[in-house]
Design a protein around this ligand. Structure first.
Ligand SMILES: [Zn+2]
Length: 463
């Protein structure tokens, strides 16, 4: 038995379809089955089976055409999530595609998308079926069966890009990468710290990705264990992106943030210099980026300071040559500064250990890791903030934590005592440009804040 695809789209809807696409030829407006944008329906998997069955009742081509005439062939889009152990063929078959058709669709991806490498668990594929016929050749004769046939497939590659596999005029599959049209909005959030920045900012609705970014941009200046007090305040403004269904698909950068720590205000502004460097600057136009980060980990609690202490395992008093940050196993560890990895491997009581050389004077070391990041190996160059490994409890350790050392001329020193050279200072025309942006951001935040306050007031009034 051999199966081949005779035709996929009846001619008439095809012509209509092209008209529709041209009329709305915005790159990603075609996202939800743009062939019949507007007429298309997204049907839950349970219902589509019934629809396919109903359609497959029509056996002959003549009947089928008549049926199509009576019933304007609305394509059906099914959303299927990739599950653990899936491959693309499996997903398409599960959605109801014929194997030969699915194969042709997958073939068309060559050069633009490698499903074996790029398909991720959780990716949501939009799979659209349109009316077509499947010809079955058997014993010298052939039977045409009208069926819903795979017509279009979209695979997300990032929050704002997707691969679109559609039929061309000849009915063959063609893959292209398209930009999704997302709506960008700027969101404000603010609050008072009662227990910790992490806890209270989470409670204020700041998403984890944004919060991690907030901690990172302040980690050059703020020791989150020592500098934060009850009653301190935070405010920030960040971007988020919504898809055509209004769902938030991505949280973008922090544009502005301010921590008020015991009456000291520390505002930061995201700014891209004329040379193209995106960074955070304080109100005077000084970059927050320093040679070394104080805290090369997100949201961790400082659990042991540098200096003499009673060793938790050995029992006697000895020098603690670094600082410990308690954090769950698997928490990412960042390179504290730009540099070269001079050691990545097992190192006695340190367990899995990394040392990074930053310049002729400074090195940093990271111990007790559960595992190394993929590109962490001797001689590899690292950038500040790059993930180099993950928290664990290898070596002589009582529980998951990062033991972090700063070495000056080969000797461990107290990381807090390091005089860290400051980053870029904006000057002249660049500073003028920055100042204008800073003032615009301040105004933007004030307006968002006011709007939010008004909304809250109205909500109260209605009650
Ligand atoms: Zn330690």
């Amino acid at each position: 038995m051999r199966q081949e695809i005779k035709s996929v789209w009846p001619l008439k809807p095809m012509v209509v379809a092209i008209g529709v696409v041209l009329a709305i030829a915005v790159p990603a407006a075609a996202f939800v089955g743009g062939f019949f944008a507007g007429q298309n329906t997204v049907v839950p998997p349970s219902e589509i089976d019934a629809q396919i069955d109903a359609f497959a009742q029509v056996r002959t081509l003549a009947n089928w055409e008549a049926e199509v005439d009576r019933q304007p062939s609305a394509p059906i889009t099914r959303i299927v999530a990739v599950e653990s152990g899936d491959n693309l063929m499996g997903v398409l078959l599960r959605a109801g595609a014929e194997r030969t058709v699915a194969h042709a669709a997958i073939q068309s991806l060559k050069g633009s998308y490698d499903p074996r490498r790029d398909l991720n668990v959780g990716d949501e594929l939009q799979i659209t079926f349109g009316p077509g016929t499947i010809r079955t050749v058997e014993d010298g004769g052939s039977i045409d069966t009208a069926k819903y046939v795979l017509a279009r497939l979209t695979i997300p590659v990032s929050y704002d890009r997707l691969i679109d596999v559609s039929r061309n005029e000849k009915g063959d599959f063609e893959a292209s990468e398209v930009e999704r049209q997302l709506e960008r909005e700027v969101v404000e959030a603010s609050g008072t710290i009662d227990s910790s920045l992490f806890v209270d900012a989470s409670a204020a609705g700041i998403p984890p990705r944004v919060l991690a970014e907030l901690i990172r941009i302040y980690s050059f200046d703020v020791d989150f264990q020592r500098d934060i007090w009850q009653g301190d305040k935070f405010e920030l403004m960040y971007e988020q992106f919504r898809d055509e269904n209004g769902d938030i698909v991505h949280q973008g950068d922090i544009r502005y943030a301010k921590l008020t720590l015991r009456n000291t205000e520390i505002p930061l502004y995201q700014y891209t210099t004329t040379a193209g460097n995106l960074d955070y600057f304080n109100a005077k136009g000084n970059s927050v980026r320093k040679t070394l980060m104080r805290t090369p980990i997100d949201g961790a609690r400082l659990s042991s300071r540098f200096g003499k202490r009673k060793h938790p395992i050995l029992g006697y008093t000895r020098m603690h040559a670094g600082v410990d940050f308690a954090a769950p196993r698997g928490t990412p560890i960042y390179a504290a500064g730009n540099g070269t990895i001079v050691k990545a491997g097992r190192n006695g009581a340190y367990g899995k250990y990394i040392r990074v050389r930053h310049n002729g004077t400074y090195q940093t070391a990271y111990a007790h890791l559960s595992k190394f990041a993929r590109r962490t190996r001797n001689g590899a160059r690292v950038k500040q903030g790059q993930i180099i490994g993950y928290v664990g409890t290898t070596g002589r350790s009582t529980g998951p934590h990062l033991h972090y050392e700063v070495l000056r001329n080969g000797r461990q020193i107290n990381p807090r005592s390091v005089r860290i050279p400051s980053g870029e200072k904006l000057k002249g025309a660049e500073l003028k440009k920055f100042t204008a942006l800073r003032d615009a951001r301040d105004l933007e935040f004030a307006q968002l804040r006011e709007a939010a306050a008004r909304l809250a007031e109205n909500t109260v009034d209605e009650k």
